[in-house]
Design a protein around this ligand. Structure first.
Ligand SMILES: [Zn+2]
Length: 388
């Protein structure tokens, strides 16, 4: 290749890579002042000007409200991702189906759900999701483009084939759900495990490299491990399944074939039984945990066993406890932290923090948005110029 052509090709690939850097920063930080964005990217003001102009031309970025005037002079302009390019997500759980449209920056722009009183079949889930998604898309006032749909499943999924291998609480086994849902909604569909999506979202927004994530939902406990900034999966994508930590000699039998797994000993069913509330309690379970008094102590002991094992195995900076585990943290933080201090893993016990999800109830949709927008964030210029 002649030198000038090679030079032009490399300038073009540098420009596209720089566009990706700026868009990723906006995705991570949301609306940001132009001065802060330039500082984070490390580009000159003129380079940043050219890149922002192109991102605006691609309908990815727009100017927001100026931030308050600083002592040094002019107010700093802010930049915000537009709502033109969106991620779609579907969260299927035993209590129902929820769909959302989420923009760059993880802002949920529309959300809807339907509650079901028994686990849905794959066919029902796909059609409920399709109906809800049609409603959300119709309600959008301005034209939008959806990059792809990520379906969040409380079970083991195979992302390359789009098959739900096992979602025990839904009763799904070997279901080609990506294909089924794709046919109904007319969008490309990727599957993701709920624990993985939650872990990725919390690590990215929390700026943490080593994190353990546990979520207590009606469909059992979802979990994910982020090690060195990456989802820890293992060769068969079976690693980090913290739901199956062994925590009790006399616990109930688990669907995995073992006995005394965290997911069965601290399941919603086990907690509602312990606290004497209705099995489909919803919010009632949270309130019952918060006012559970001495009855909660046994559940906290079980959770502490799991946390000690997690600290010993992964030495994370942060352990995020979501869903029904959040109120357990509220009432038992002292007991859990004191228990972790008794471990002889001196270095680990000094750094690990326990926290509730920073992203609240939208965490799965925000994590799904991170996955769904990946091809756009990777190469904004290339992706946006593809035919719709
Ligand atoms: Zn198990």
């Amino acid at each position: 290749m002649p030198g000038s052509i090679r030079g032009a090709a490399s300038a073009e690939s540098a420009r596209r890579a720089n566009l990706s850097v700026v868009l990723r920063l906006l995705h991570r930080h949301g609306t940001t002042s132009r001065a802060r964005l330039t500082e984070l990217a490390g580009y000159s003001r003129s380079t940043m000007g050219v890149l922002l102009e192109e991102l605006a031309r691609l309908d990815l970025v727009e100017e927001g409200q100026p931030q308050a005037q600083r002592l040094s002079g002019r107010p700093s302009l802010t930049l915000a991702p537009t709502d033109v390019w969106l991620a779609a997500s579907v969260n299927v759980d035993v209590g129902g189906v929820e769909v959302a449209l989420t923009g760059i920056g993880g802002r949920v722009v529309a959300i809807d759900h339907v509650t079901t009183h028994q686990p849905v079949t794959p066919y029902e889930a796909a059609h409920l999701a399709g109906e809800l998604m049609r409603g959300l898309r119709t309600a959008q006032r301005a034209p939008t483009r959806i990059v792809q749909l990520v379906a969040v499943i409380p079970g083991r999924v195979q992302t390359d084939t789009g098959v739900v291998i096992q979602a025990p609480h839904l009763g799904w086994h070997n279901v080609p759900f990506a294909q089924l849902l794709g046919q109904v909604v007319g969008l490309p569909v990727t599957l993701a495990h709920d624990g993985h999506v939650g872990a990725l979202a919390e690590a990215l927004r929390g700026d943490v490299q080593d994190l353990a994530y546990l979520y207590g939902g009606p469909g059992g406990i979802g979990a994910g491990i982020i090690a060195g900034g990456r989802l820890y999966l293992g060769p068969a994508h079976l690693a980090g399944r913290l739901a199956h930590l062994y925590v009790s000699d006399d616990g109930p039998e688990c669907y995995c074939g073992g006995r005394g797994c965290l997911t069965s000993v601290l399941s919603h069913r086990a907690l509602t039984h312990l606290l004497g509330v209705s099995a489909d309690a919803g919010n009632e379970l949270r309130e019952a945990i918060l006012s559970g008094g001495a009855r909660i102590s046994a559940a906290l002991d079980i959770l502490l066993r799991a946390l000690r094992t997690i600290v010993a195995c992964y030495d994370p900076d942060l352990i995020v406890l979501g869903g029904s585990l959040s109120p357990l943290l509220t009432v038992g933080r002292q007991q859990l932290e004191a228990g972790l201090l008794q471990t002889n893993l001196k270095s680990a016990r000094q750094v690990v923090r326990l926290a509730k999800p920073a992203l609240g109830s939208d965490q799965f949709h925000i994590g799904a948005c991170d996955l769904a927008l990946a091809p756009l964030l990777e190469d904004p210029a290339g992706f946006c110029t593809l035919p719709a």
